[in-house]
Ligand binder design. Structure first.
Ligand code: COA
Length: 431
């Protein structure tokens, strides 16, 4: 990678397309506080957030990581011409793939188009620009978490890791799971800021779909983000094992039911456990807090063992959502980066309307599950859309589901033996 992600020149194809409409696509000068402020105000407005205070903007600017690439679309005829009418922020992050390893991927975030400029093809120009930028940076895949699941399939992304929201009726629940001998301690956000990253890092490679992160994406989980209006409500517990080593933590808040003080809702915002003991210790603590009748937890893994650790399976209601969307760009690099469950040769034909991944590719998997991927003229064993490839990539979507949906043809059992991961993919954060 010769140029850093923040400095690469703007994509020429999308720049020219938007210039034809009198719009200017540009990389925002991240070192200029005024340019950052204008970009940040446009981004928060795009997500319908309250206008940020000058202090919040200044703190976010000071904390902006060096690899963040800010892009804006400017319209000199707009009401506030210095503020972009469309935004993105992107950076390279390590995405865990099957085999306890990671592939560098382009994290695409902050995608907004002003309501005054919607449905004129601006998002399309931005999205295509980001895919070409990712390839220019030698990144084999792009990824995002989405506000609506209707937007990104047309750009080749597909759901690859799912998540669940849980609602637990604690009065129906008796803990039947393990009772580990470590300790749960209430700690401050500042303590956790220092202890937490090592725990997050120990978990990351064990779970396809997790990504590397630091900075604002970390501190905001603890209420330490600039201008965090919920910070005072947060409680943080850390699980230390019998040797005193921190192995997990949970962040939660409590909301009172005005009609009954004994009916608080405890909302689990984050729960990270590096060991089974930490997992059991933290969940048991959370389910047994007094004056609480309901525990809710957002964005939990689909294979959460919690329901097997309490005596009433139906005390937990589950709502599933698509969470991490993946877009494969460079097939040999992306498919060559993960491991496979069965050796052999599979020739895959990929249909990609944007062209990046299109072609016929031979995946040769050796006895250790390592793959070599090359372009081939051999007849294909399986055919799939680039979206189906994205869904298969982390090993979480069964081939037969995609065959039923018409986006894949081939031998489902063989594909599953090769592609399915032993651990369900999961991403524990929004970005
Ligand atoms: C979503 C958003 C970025 C789309 O911007 P836009 O400039 O209006 O989109 P475009 O005009 O480039 O549309 C591109 C394509 O996506 C489709 N599309 C755009 N927004 C869509 C939506 N919300 N749902 C379904 N399809 C959508 C368009 O119909 C168009 O389809 P086509 O090219 O296949 O004909 C914009 O509506 C927005 O800022 N929304 C609020 C913030 C948000 O949700 N951002 C996404 C964060 S993940």
């Amino acid at each position: 990678m010769s140029t850093s992600s923040a400095d690469l020149p703007i994509d020429e194809t999308s720049r020219a397309r938007l210039a034809d409409e009198g719009l200017r696509l540009a990389v925002v000068d991240r070192t200029d506080p005024a340019a950052y402020e204008a970009w940040f105000r446009a981004e928060t407005r795009g997500f319908h957030d309250a206008a940020p205070s000058p202090e919040t903007i200044a703190q976010r600017h000071r904390g902006l990581e060096a690899d963040r690439r800010l892009v804006g679309v400017f319209d000199d005829t707009a009401g506030i011409p210095e503020q972009p009418v469309a935004t993105t922020i992107c950076w390279p992050a390590d995405l865990t793939v099957p085999g306890r390893r990671a592939v560098p991927a382009w994290a695409v975030s902050g995608v907004t188009v002003s309501p005054t400029h919607r449905r004129r093809g601006i998002a399309r120009a931005l999205m295509e620009a980001e895919l070409r930028t990712a390839l220019a940076l030698d990144l084999p895949a792009a990824m995002l978490t989405v506000s609506e699941s209707t937007i990104y399939a047309r750009f080749g992304y597909a759901p690859a890791a799912f998540a669940r929201d849980l609602t637990i009726s604690t009065r129906r629940v008796r803990w039947t799971g393990p009772v580990p001998d470590g300790r749960v301690r209430l700690v401050t956000a500042e303590q956790m800021r220092d202890d937490g990253p090592a725990i997050v890092e120990r978990v990351r490679l064990g779970r396809p779909g997790e990504m590397s992160y630091a900075g604002h994406l970390w501190t905001r989980q603890l209420g330490l983000g600039p201008g965090d209006k919920d910070a005072k409500k947060l409680r943080i517990v850390r699980y230390d094992d019998a040797d005193g080593t921190p192995q997990g933590f949970a962040v939660y808040d409590l909301t009172m039911d005005p009609a009954d003080f004994a009916d608080h809702e405890l909302k689990v915002r984050t729960l990270v456990a590096a060991t089974p003991d930490a997992y059991a210790g933290l969940w048991r603590y959370l389910l047994e807090v007094d004056l609480v009748s309901t525990v809710t937890a957002h964005l939990r893994p689909v294979d959460e063992p919690l329901r097997w650790m309490i005596d009433d399976f139906r005390a937990v209601r589950v709502n599933e959502l698509d969470h991490l969307w993946v877009r494969v760009l460079d097939v040999p690099s992306a498919l060559g980066a993960r491991s496979y469950g069965e050796p052999g040769r599979l020739v895959i034909s990929i249909d990609d309307p944007l062209g990046f991944a299109a072609g016929t590719w031979a995946v040769d998997v050796d006895a250790e599950g390592e793959a070599t991927v090359t372009a081939t003229d051999d007849p294909a064993d399986v055919w799939m859309t680039v979206n189906a490839l994205g869904s298969l990539y982390l090993g979480g979507v069964p081939a037969r589901t995609l065959i039923a949906a018409g986006s894949l043809t081939g031998d489902a059992e063989r594909l599953d033996r090769m592609f399915r991961a032993p651990v369900e993919p999961y991403l524990s954060i929004w970005f």
